[in-house]
Design a binder for this molecule. Structure first.
Ligand SMILES: [Zn+2]
Ligand SMILES: [Zn+2]
Length: 430
């Protein structure tokens, strides 16, 4: 019969890569808690309208990339392509704006986009998401940059750039829009079909185009950064001062425009040349109008998302752990009976103990222990039982000792050996 496989762009994550995911989660939880973020679990499935209204109906995500379908009741539902929309929905639905002066929340989980799968890109991918509601001061923008920096330091990632820009407010964007339309009108014949459409609906989107000719045109275009209003300019300058105060290096990239409609003022991307063409692995920014546009009170917001798959690609391989597992090789019925006593004791004391489920020859059991890369093997047969001893073999040093057949002694000896008070142990991958 034909085997059933995962859907295109979906996959199993295990072994070394899963180990990296766990390290990222751990590092993130450590620092998000320190910065006062509260974790929240959001639904994966939401009404399509939530994403259309928040992300914007002319964005690539909403136009081309969402997993959208009708349910039996005729409602259009979508798998979340990102987390901010759901965060805003939750903030409003749970009424946090009414009870908290400011809200710091974060979440970790899978997101879904129907993109053409390519290297390092999947249709189900994972994001860490961080949002702050209710603070318009640029100190919080700088604080998020500090959080990113600490997270990357913790993960020992050093080769990256923090690129920042300001995309302004409604006011500066409206005046810039006219300047931009005037410019692109003069270069219309060089733009792709998508960009001609963008020119009418949302000319800022033209900066997202991957078409080489369009990129050539945008290289000559006027910049929003040069049309910022006083308030946005001051906000951005203060942000840069605070970041400098934190001792974090950033680069202003006046061409940085995030591919979502809701951003205002500060936007940022963390990029690495080690990632190939799509360099960004963390991205975020401010969205001071989104909560209001989603039906809530006027509330400032800012956040960022970490692409977990991409961040994992930057992590060094997991350090080979010493063989932290022990193996019990019992030969004969009397020895096998001793297994249950020893097994329960070891597991209670925090010592991982493996064994063969079937009674096999010593040779077969040793092969099994080797295969599991166990650091130590306890060998018990009739001879040992008659002498009142058990043999402890160090699989790396290939040395062995006789210990009294007494659970206390065995457990204490194993603990000492495993905690590194003994010579080098074997290594394990992943
Ligand atoms: Zn402005
Ligand atoms: Zn284009």
């Amino acid at each position: 019969m034909e085997k059933i496989r995962t859907l295109r762009g979906f996959r199993d994550i295990f072994g070394e890569e899963l180990g990296k995911f766990k390290r990222i989660e751990q590092a993130f939880r450590k620092y998000s808690a320190r910065f006062g973020f509260r974790e929240i679990e959001l639904p994966i499935l939401e009404k399509t309208e939530l994403f259309v209204r928040s992300i914007g109906d002319t964005t690539d995500i909403v136009e081309k990339e969402m997993f959208t379908f009708m349910d039996a009741g005729g409602d259009s539902l979508s798998m979340r392509p990102e987390a901010t929309a759901g965060m805003v929905r939750s903030y409003l639905q749970e009424g946090l704006y009414a009870t908290e002066r400011m809200t710091k929340v974060c979440t970790i989980g899978p997101m879904f986009r129907h993109e053409r799968p390519q290297k390092g890109r999947y249709r189900q991918f994972h994001q860490i998401d961080v949002e702050v509601f209710g603070v318009k001061e640029p100190l919080v923008d700088a604080e998020l940059i500090l959080l990113v920096r600490m997270l990357l330091d913790e993960l020992e990632i050093r080769r990256y750039r923090i690129e920042v820009n300001s995309v302004g407010c409604k006011m500066c964007r409206e005046s810039f829009r006219r300047i931009l339309i005037d410019f692109f009108e003069t270069r219309k014949d060089e733009l792709c079909g998508d960009c001609l459409r963008r020119l009418e609906k949302n000319p800022l989107r033209i900066f997202d185009c991957k078409n080489q000719q369009c990129i050539g045109v945008t290289a000559d275009s006027p910049l929003l950064f040069d049309s910022l209003c006083e308030e946005c300019k001051d906000h951005f300058d203060l942000f840069r001062q605070y970041v400098a105060g934190f001792g974090v290096d950033i680069e202003v990239n006046k061409r940085l425009v995030r591919g979502l409609d809701y951003y205002t003022k500060t936007v940022f991307e963390i990029t690495s040349d080690d990632l190939g063409a799509q360099k960004a692995f963390i991205a975020g920014g401010r969205y001071d109008n989104l909560v209001e546009e989603m039906g809530g009170p006027a509330t400032a917001g800012i956040g960022f998302a970490v692409g977990v798959e991409r961040l994992a690609m930057l992590l060094p391989p997991g350090e080979a752990e010493p063989g932290t597992e022990c193996f019990f090789a019992g030969i004969g019925d009397r020895a096998r009976d001793y297994l249950t006593t020893l097994l329960k004791r070891c597991l209670t004391e925090g010592i991982p103990l493996r064994y063969a489920y079937e009674a096999k020859s010593l040779k077969a059991q040793m092969r099994y222990a080797d295969n599991l890369k166990c650091g130590f093997v306890l060998i018990l047969g009739d001879d040992e039982i008659d002498r009142g001893t058990i043999t402890l073999r160090d699989m790396t040093g290939k040395s062995q000792d006789e210990l009294p057949l007494d659970a206390d002694t065995i457990v204490n000896t194993l603990k000492k050996r495993l905690s590194g008070q003994a010579p080098a142990l074997s290594t394990r991958d992943g």
